[in-house]
Write a protein that binds this ligand. Structure first.
Ligand code: 8YV
Length: 330
């Protein structure tokens, strides 16, 4: 009998997925659901045939260096692979896969929710009654910003950006986007979307800007201090992609100076560490902060797990896994 491949999961995954993992492979699960220590990660890459990391594991070149020759696949439980040095893995002949497609709708929902939350002060409002601060209705109190008719600029028009655009259309927003290339003409037409080759020019004209591109060396601080300065003071910025895409310190300075109306952030530059100044801004109702919840639905996590299972199984059976990530894409 052929030995089952050793598959190491760095985090606790949904029960149905773990059960299936155990049936198919010699699965080593992480029962206490804490990110793996560096020591345990090193031990894992030295012994595992397959590593299943998440966004909380840094699989960098130094770690990949330590991998044993048996490690052939890193099957990321997540779409973004900025936690993995894909080029270093490729050099060692290690294949990398991710979980695209299955978290598109959930993340687009959360992005739309953040836009609404910031514009209509939902989080601030939700705290009034539980804190006993409600004196009754007033015509001039708790006023937010109207969504309908405003311009939404989407930075990165991939799956999530497009899914957001369809939602935003239903809310009466005008769709603008910056991307390396145009989306299919039929989609652009259906969305009545305006393509901006220049990110700077788009930023200067938007009411709301949403970041929906992957974090790669090319998009690190894409929204740099200089670029953020292009935004109008009435503008709202939301980010459900990766914190590193925005120069967070520059964003904080603008919010503190009143040079930007508000921000909705689900991701942070040094998460889970949070810049203390963001907490003050949250208290002042300037920012809505979410703890990286964009794709966090029960259904989504199972779908992601199934994607991982398929990728590992196909790879182990000698086929090309469906969600291989090429170094050129990162
Ligand atoms: C996950 C995400 O929470 O897939 C991604 O890129 O950011 C989230 O869906 C996380 O990455 C899981 O590893």
């Amino acid at each position: 009998v052929k030995k089952k491949p050793l598959v190491v999961l760095t985090r606790k995954l949904p029960d149905v997925i773990e059960t299936r993992m155990r049936e198919l492979f010699d699965a080593r699960l992480n029962i206490d659901d804490k990110p793996m220590s560096q020591e345990d990660l090193i031990a894992a890459v030295r012994s595992a045939d397959v590593l299943v990391p998440t966004v909380t594991d840094r699989i960098d070149a130094a770690l990949i260096e330590q991998a044993g020759s048996q490690l052939k696949l890193i099957a990321n439980f997540g779409n973004g692979v900025d936690n993995i040095d894909v080029a270093a893995a490729a050099k060692r002949g290690i294949t990398v896969t991710n979980t695209p497609g299955v978290l598109t709708q959930d993340t687009a929902d959360m992005t739309m929710a953040l836009i609404l939350a910031v514009a209509r002060r939902i989080v601030e409002g939700a705290e009034v009654i539980p804190h006993g601060h409600w004196g009754g209705w007033s015509p001039t109190w708790m006023l937010g910003t109207r969504i309908t008719g405003k311009r939404l600029g989407i930075v990165g028009m991939g799956r999530i950006g497009q899914a957001l655009a369809y939602r935003a259309r239903a809310f009466g927003l005008q769709i603008h986007y910056h991307n390396r290339r145009h989306v299919a003409a039929a989609i652009e037409e259906e969305l009545e979307a305006t393509y901006w080759e220049s990110l700077d020019q788009m930023l200067a004209r938007m009411d709301i800007v949403s970041v929906n591109c992957p974090h790669t060396p090319a998009t690190f601080h894409l929204l740099s201090a200089r670029r953020l300065q292009q935004l109008r003071p009435q503008a709202i910025l939301v980010n459900t992609a990766r914190g590193e895409i925005i120069d967070e310190t520059a964003l904080i300075e603008m919010l503190e100076a009143g040079e930007l109306a508000g921000a909705g952030l689900d991701v942070f530059e040094h998460e889970p560490a949070i810049n203390e100044r963001l907490l003050k801004l949250a208290e002042a109702g300037k920012v809505t902060l979410l703890p990286h919840m964009g794709s966090a639905t029960r259904e989504g996590r199972v779908d992601m797990g199934e994607k991982v299972l398929i990728n590992v199984k196909m790879f182990m059976d000698g086929h090309r896994p469906p969600d291989r990530v090429l170094p050129s894409a990162t």
